[in-house]
Design a protein around this ligand. Structure first.
Ligand SMILES: Cc1cc2nc3c(=O)[nH]c(=O)nc-3n(C[C@H](O)[C@H](O)[C@H](O)COP(=O)(O)OP(=O)(O)OC[C@H]3O[C@@H](n4cnc5c(N)ncnc54)[C@H](O)[C@@H]3O)c2cc1C
Length: 443
């Protein structure tokens, strides 16, 4: 069945009707989103994923309303796929290190006509993975892609020794992307961001959260969301499942040079040292976790381009643009990337895949960079706030340009003019947007 978008294009096409063959490398959120939307748009798509079996990994992850809009369009809200396993807090209470409340921020959900979804990364990922399979996306597990190549007429990969080809390849292979090397022509070296994050997810009842007066408010009245900010540190704790599961993240200064990893164990004494002398509720919440992960946050300068010379290979998600957690947009922008790519391929047609890929980069690049910069300004706002914070804002911005955006609709709207611009001026490397206005914070 097909429906119209109102922009004169077919929104849902017959499977494999465009004749465009797409190989997606990586079944993270970026790769899954791209493959799901590609299937909906009529492309012939399959995913090559390195992991041999799906495991429920990670802890808290957030999808903004801009991505919720897409999930809802896929029917994931109405079919109760995501919502029941998400956090349902309605506000964020931010305290200073002494425990005084600086602000109670209303987190209205839905906002700008769509829901935001925050929950366990592994659980949400498992559900999206199963949804992709249910609509016919082929996901080949245990496939380690070692090389990428392209010619004028096709692109492909070497995977487990086999040479595979398609009209285009999507490198959705995460922060340690191999696809990035072909696109850039050199290996992009990450650098320390100067910050690390300790993170944990655990069961409230098993860890006695509801028995301790310093922590019981997190679980006894449904889901709760509290934050504490101090110089160079922010600590966020939230519960989900009606107060059943707790997750926390604590970001702090750290220049130690270890690899970026979602499974490197953290030491609880190091975690507690960060909040020494702080409101005792902080240590109480942190010490309830049976274990935690130490995630060294590496940083990369914006890549000069996300697409290969022949424009048949595109990097999406973390492979193209890793995010600071304070942007709360890394996963959302990954999904937007994938959806936009599927739309422009549909609009361009099989004979014009490179033009579609160039237009995709132009449509996405500045928006993604703006969302990345918001992460930096949010972090600075929290890490530099005065402890009494009188008159200064520590409220998380929730701008309409970011959360009210509809990536699919936008792609339909701007594709033609974007192509025209490229045809008139020729392809140009993307340019960075002007810096965001400086947030007023104490020095
Ligand atoms: C195990 C894990 C746990 C995570 N936990 C959290 C979390 O708790 N909170 C949070 O905010 N974010 C977490 N993230 C990161 C988050 O998922 C991403 O930042 C965001 O969703 C963007 O996703 P992505 O698809 O671009 O990248 P990723 O989610 O990193 O997905 C990339 C995928 O590519 C696959 N891949 C890599 N190389 C190859 C190759 N050569 N051949 C084939 N496949 C390959 C990887 O196995 C992976 O499945 C986690 C990521 C991973 C991989």
């Amino acid at each position: 069945m097909s429906t119209e978008t109102g922009f004169g294009y077919t929104k849902i096409a017959q499977p494999n009707s465009t004749g465009i063959k797409v190989i997606v490398v990586g079944a993270g959120f970026a790769g899954l989103a791209c493959a799901i939307e590609s299937r909906r748009k009529g492309h012939e798509v399959y995913i090559l994923e390195k992991f041999k079996e799906l495991k429920v990994l990670g802890d808290i992850i957030s999808f903004g309303n801009n991505t919720g809009r897409i999930f809802e369009r896929w029917g994931l809200h109405d079919q109760c796929v995501f919502w029941p396993i998400c956090t349902h807090h309605t506000s964020l209470t931010i305290h200073n290190a002494e425990g005084e409340v600086l602000v109670v921020q209303d987190l209205q959900n839905p906002l700008f006509g769509a829901y935001a979804y925050n929950g366990h990364r592994g659980q949400l990922h498992e559900r999206l993975f199963n949804y992709a399979k249910s609509i016919g996306v082929e996901i080949r597990l245990g496939q380690d892609v070692s090389e990428y190549w392209e010619t004028e007429s096709e692109a492909g990969v070497i995977c487990n020794g086999e040479r595979l080809s398609a009209d285009m390849v999507v490198g959705a292979d995460g922060v340690r992307s191999k696809a990035r090397t072909l696109v850039l022509g050199y290996e992009d070296k990450p650098k320390s961001s100067g910050y690390a994050i300790f993170r944990a997810w655990f069961d409230c009842e098993a860890q006695g959260v509801d028995k301790d007066p310093l922590t019981d408010y997190m679980s006894k009245n449904g889901d709760a969301f509290h934050g504490w900010i101090g110089r160079d540190v922010h600590f966020l704790a939230s519960t989900s499942g009606g107060g059943k599961a707790m997750s926390w993240v604590i970001t702090h200064k750290d220049d130690a040079d270890i690899a970026e990893s979602w499974s490197f164990p953290g030491k609880m004494e190091d975690v507690l040292a960060v909040v020494e002398g702080w409101d005792p509720r902080c240590a109480a919440i942190l010490s309830k976790a049976p274990s935690c992960v130490d995630w060294k946050l590496v940083y990369r300068d914006p890549l000069p381009t996300w697409i290969s010379k022949g424009a048949r290979l595109a990097l999406i998600g973390d492979a193209a643009h890793p995010f600071l957690p304070t942007s709360i947009q890394g996963a959302s922008q990954a999904v937007e990337d994938g959806v936009t790519l599927a739309v422009v391929l549909q609009l361009a047609g099989k004979q014009n895949v490179p033009m579609a890929v160039r237009a995709w980069e132009k449509i996405r690049y500045q928006r993604v960079r703006r969302a990345q910069l918001l992460g930096e300004s949010n972090r600075d706002m929290w890490h530099k706030a005065k402890s009494n914070a009188e008159g200064e804002t520590v409220t998380l911005p929730r701008p309409e340009w970011l959360l009210g955006h509809d990536a699919e609709k936008h792609a339909y709207e701007v594709f033609e003019t974007t192509v025209q611009e490229i045809q008139e001026k020729g392809y140009e490397l993307p340019t960075l947007p002007p810096p965001l206005p400086v947030v007023a914070v104490a020095a």
